[in-house]
Design a protein around this ligand. Structure first.
Ligand SMILES: Nc1ncnc2c1ncn2[C@@H]1O[C@H](COP(=O)(O)OP(=O)(O)OP(=O)(O)O)[C@@H](O)[C@H]1O
Ligand SMILES: [Mg+2]
Length: 303
């Protein structure tokens, strides 16, 4: 993975820039509320969707996650960055109920998460994707996307007699799934088995399936890894638009031009701990962040 810290001049959108028409954004006025937050680890946010306290997970003697306090702001795009092995995926696993914390507590969308189970959190609107994709190889591409649709009326016993209702819903879901396939350049693969897709295409498929659920919070683990850059940018622009419509987004990414181009806020993990938070242009110049990425650069300089 490239761990470079150089922003590219042709980033797709200036970070934290409110949409041209403020009415398009979630309560965005002259200045986004996130910009008023002090850029320090654990900073309280004006309207958090996720609040985490004292969350820890060790593997043997290794403290993979050790987060004192973290708040993720609602309706903005937050990038979670950090060197390889920093604990980013483990943090996602804990928050989304795919792994169990040794200790800690957190709340999602105003509710304490007491017994985190992935399906229950998904029903509440927290959807995550995986660094290593999880598409079902023996199902078609369209069926993989349709699996992401929330509570199908046809699955509920009491609606079964009203076939016309779930037929309508099925039609609606299929239309939406096709739209997402179109957007992610997968429409021509609609009826192929997902197993025939390339690694990059499978990543796009997984994001499409996640979006089918209309998440309140979408957590993407390296959504662009292996995806061709143009398509990757288009995918993230789509996600940014959804954030402007009110969805909250957290994505893990290594390429700093993507981070600075797409995120409103950046959280930096190193050895399981949050070592910096802030707007992208501030964070990438932070000495602790540079040290974390480059190892003992400054200590080495002094030798
Ligand atoms: N199931 C596990 N068993 C043992 N160690 C684990 C397990 N999962 C993660 N780790 C270790 O925990 C640390 C954090 O791993 P994690 O996958 O969360 O890092 P990451 O920040 O996502 O890294 P990358 O950028 O390479 O994906 C690493 O040292 C990793 O080897
Ligand atoms: Mg990871």
């Amino acid at each position: 993975m490239p761990d470079e810290l150089t922003p590219s001049p042709d980033s797709p959108r200036p970070a934290a820039t409110p949409p041209p028409n403020p009415a398009e954004g979630p309560g965005k006025g002259e200045i986004e509320p996130i910009l008023t937050v002090p850029p320090v680890p654990g900073a309280p946010k004006p309207n958090p969707i996720l609040t985490v306290d004292n969350l820890a997970r060790s593997f043997g003697g290794l403290r993979a996650v050790d987060v004192d306090h973290l708040e993720v702001e609602r309706g903005v795009v937050t990038a979670l960055i950090g060197p390889n092995g920093a604990g980013k995926t483990t943090l996602f696993n804990l928050l989304s109920g795919f792994d169990r914390a040794d200790s800690g507590r957190w709340s999602f969308d105003g509710r304490a998460v007491t017994a985190p189970a992935p399906d229950q959190l998904a029903r509440q609107g927290m959807i995550r994707t995986f660094q290593l994709t999880k598409s079902l190889a023996k199902l078609t591409v369209i069926d993989n996307v349709l699996l992401g649709a929330p509570g199908q009326a046809g699955e509920r016993l009491w609606t079964a007699p009203f076939r016309w209702r779930w037929r309508d819903q099925e039609r609606e879901n299929t239309g939406r799934a096709e739209e997402l396939l179109e957007r992610f350049n997968l429409a021509h693969m609609r009826d192929e088995l997902a197993g025939t897709l390339s690694g990059g295409q499978r990543k796009l498929l997984e994001v499409a399936r996640a979006l089918m659920a209309n998440p309140v919070l979408i957590m993407l683990d390296e959504p662009m890894a292996g995806v061709n850059p143009a398509l990757g940018q288009s995918l993230m622009r789509h996600i940014t638009l959804l954030a402007h419509e009110g969805m909250s987004v957290v994505f893990i990414e290594h390429a700093m031009d993507v981070v600075t181009g797409l995120s409103d806020w950046v959280v930096v993990l190193s050895q399981g701990r949050i070592i910096a938070e802030g707007p992208p242009w501030k964070v990438i110049h932070d000495d602790d962040v540079i040290d974390a990425y480059l190892g003992r650069r400054r200590a080495g300089d002094a030798l």
